[in-house]
Design a protein around this ligand. Sequence first.
Ligand code: C5P
Length: 402
Amino acid sequence: MSRLAEKRILLGVTGGIAAYKACGLTRQLIQAGACVRVVMTRAAQSFVAPLSFQALSGNPVHLDLLDTAEESAMGHIRLARWADLILIAPATADFMAKLRAGLADELLGAVCLAAEVPILVAPSMNRAMWSNPATQDNASCLAARGIRLLGPAEGGQACGESGYGRMLEPAEICRAMEKFFVQGSLAGRTVLVSAGPTREAIDPVRYLTNRSSGKMGYAMAQAAIDAGAKVTLVSGPVALDPPMEAQVVRVESAAEMFKAVVGLATRHDIYIGTAAVADYTPATVAEEKIKKHEAALVIRLTRTRDILTAVASLPNKPFTVGFAAETGNLESYAREKLEGKGLDMIAANRVGQAQGGFDTHENALWVCWNGGVKNLPMASKQDIAIQLIELISENYRAKNST
Ligand code: C5P
């Protein structure tokens, strides 16, 4: 039986050429056993007649905000309460902008504004409209609010151009929705992840940093989102796109990361410190660029404050997970850090070798907690992150059930 069986899906259709695909989508949802009600915007009705959706869904189609007719008089509040999930497919650039702004001048906008259920959006538009900073900004903002974006896909478009902007195929949308109804192991949990390197200024143009690419931390953030968590990502400077659904706080130095993480930590259930925080920072930052007058230059460094230790000593501390990058004595150094920093778990990896560790796509971890250890053999950072998130959620649940 499909996970969509008996689910009440409110399908919002907006005015794009892919509106015709929403007919096939309605049919597939009905075949999967879902109960579907369709809300169409005025523009959508120029592409497909409401009668098509009425015939396919077996329910009257909702068109007007101020409709007093008997059958479709289910007002916007009742429609929003009726649904288990709202799916907007296709979602035009215009509708995404309206959704971001919270406009309720049409029935669909009003329903979304009144909704307390998950909203999924399948964008569909010309590739330039999709990549326009205004649309990208709207998409990031919607995702950060917890609205899940499905696609768009890349390929040929009705306008004759090619690129990102195609609506996903109905079967792909149905599959994504099925996944949505599987309760992730971190559903309802909040997770704070720190990632990437830090930069410690020497003078206005130079800094000290390390080889961290941020890949492991970003993969952890994505895996936590996929497991159902609401994620805040505190990131040092990296060349990666963060997961759309994460709330991102960008920092540069170890001191900035300390302030951001410690300030946010008690508002989260779990803190995962993957960042490669500088251990030392220049004692003073030269105001002017340092000139090469001296044959040798001495820069005095002072220790940075340990973020993990600070988080683990907070009165309402989250479940705290550290990372340890070591070139040798992996297990004993990791155990020392687990105890010394007061952590709930630590994930250790060997660095300085050809495979795994800093700035590579793969990693292997030795994970240790009070009462257990587990080896996660070499795999892509994405795979390792999924396995580690599962281990973290098991240990988090075990700790909170005692
Ligand atoms: O002590 P070491 O730096 O090897 O420990 C690594 C772990 O400690 C990582 O999880 C890293 O994010 C964290 N760390 C920290 N604050 C620092 C240095 C490291 O939270 N100043």
